[in-house]
Design a protein around this ligand. Structure first.
Ligand code: NAP
Length: 300
């Protein structure tokens, strides 16, 4: 099968499409013919050598496609079913991949749209769970208009929370459509949040990693009320919890998201597709912040 891979760290030019042996599902896994695989900011961090040290590396933790092989013990889906989910192999940007966690793709969703969801909704649900907030709470999401932030806003609204979200001014109307009260990030952010919530917020989620953990701690009344998914160094410095998938995944949300999409309570982001063969161009566009939505790769 064809798969995206790099054998040295560097710019997008290090990415190549290679032939790898076809994978086979382990117990409880399903193999899919990949129709679309999500591209995330972690992909270029990996390619730059900022995450895992080993080489070569394949890419991709989320995909949607059609089941073409069942692992031992799998009875909840059948060959030919449309599913989406996460792979533990980190090789979803390929013609075939094995999903360890999966759910049926809702009728209302195309496979490219479905491929945008697993990482964003799992990260959002996990970090909201770790904040320990419930209906009636006010939550601040820093970086609310991106992939993970927009999922966090919507899941928090579904859970009955009031959400204040930071974003660039061009995305403020978008945040309103998701149910959040927008504020601009940058100088004066704390005052703008306090204008909306004079007593501060109950919890804050940092998705942007923009170096504002002390401000978020002040607004939320303590480091224990803040979680970051993007500022590892700041988390260590300020005693804030850094949330990552290997500390327990909120996979239950994959099974819930179809109903939320179908009932209009969760909007799927705009999608920009690239052929798998154009993975380097997809990285260039994504890294430059020029994507017209969430990027997915589509095998030929
Ligand atoms: N730990 C985990 O489990 C985990 C999992 C997945 C991803 N991540 C990390 O999460 C981060 C976000 O990923 P993403 O895909 O959501 O990125 P994204 O789609 O590019 O969104 C970035 C967000 O940050 C906002 N932003 C930009 N500059 C900002 C600033 N100075 N202050 C506040 N907000 C600012 C953007 O707002 P505007 O566009 O409106 O300007 C946008 O809302 C990445 O670092 C990624 O590696 C972590």
């Amino acid at each position: 099968m064809k798969a995206a891979r790099f054998s040295r760290f560097g710019g997008p030019e290090v990415l190549e499409i290679v032939d790898l042996p076809d994978p086979h599902p382990g117990p409880g896994e399903v193999r899919i013919a990949v129709r679309a695989a999500g591209v995330n900011a972690s992909d270029w961090k990996k390619r730059q050598g900022l995450m895992d040290p080993e080489l070569p590396q394949t890419l991709g933790y989320e995909a949607a496609g059609v089941v073409d092989e069942l692992g031992e013990g799998v009875t909840d889906v059948a060959l030919g079913d449309r599913v989406f989910g996460s792979t533990s192999s980190g090789a979803a940007q390929a013609e075939l991949t094995c999903l360890s966690f999966y759910a049926p793709v809702p009728e209302s969703l195309g496979l490219a749209e479905a491929a945008t969801l697993p990482a964003a909704v799992e990260t959002a649900a996990r970090s909201l769970d770790q904040l320990g907030v419930a209906a009636g709470a006010t939550v601040l999401v820093n970086g609310a208009s991106g992939n993970i932030g927009s999922a966090a806003v919507q899941l928090a609204v579904v859970r009955g929370m009031r959400v204040i979200g930071t974003a660039g001014p061009a995305n403020h109307d978008y945040l309103r459509t998701l149910g959040a009260e927008p504020v601009a990030y940058g100088e004066g952010m704390v005052e703008r949040v306090r204008a909306l919530a004079p007593d501060g917020v109950d919890a804050a989620l940092d998705v942007a990693g923009s170096g504002v953990l002390p401000e978020l701690i002040g607004l939320a009344g303590g480091a224990e009320h803040v979680v970051t998914v993007a500022d590892f160094r700041g988390a260590q410095e300020h005693g804030v919890r850094f949330s990552r998938g290997d500390s327990g995944r909120a996979l239950y949300v994959l099974g819930e998201i179809g109903e939320l999409v179908g009932s209009g309570r969760f909007c799927v982001p705009a999608v920009q597709t690239f052929p798998l063969a154009d993975v380097a161009e997809a990285h260039r566009v994504g890294e430059a912040g020029e994507a017209g939505g969430k990027i997915v790769l589509v095998p030929a």
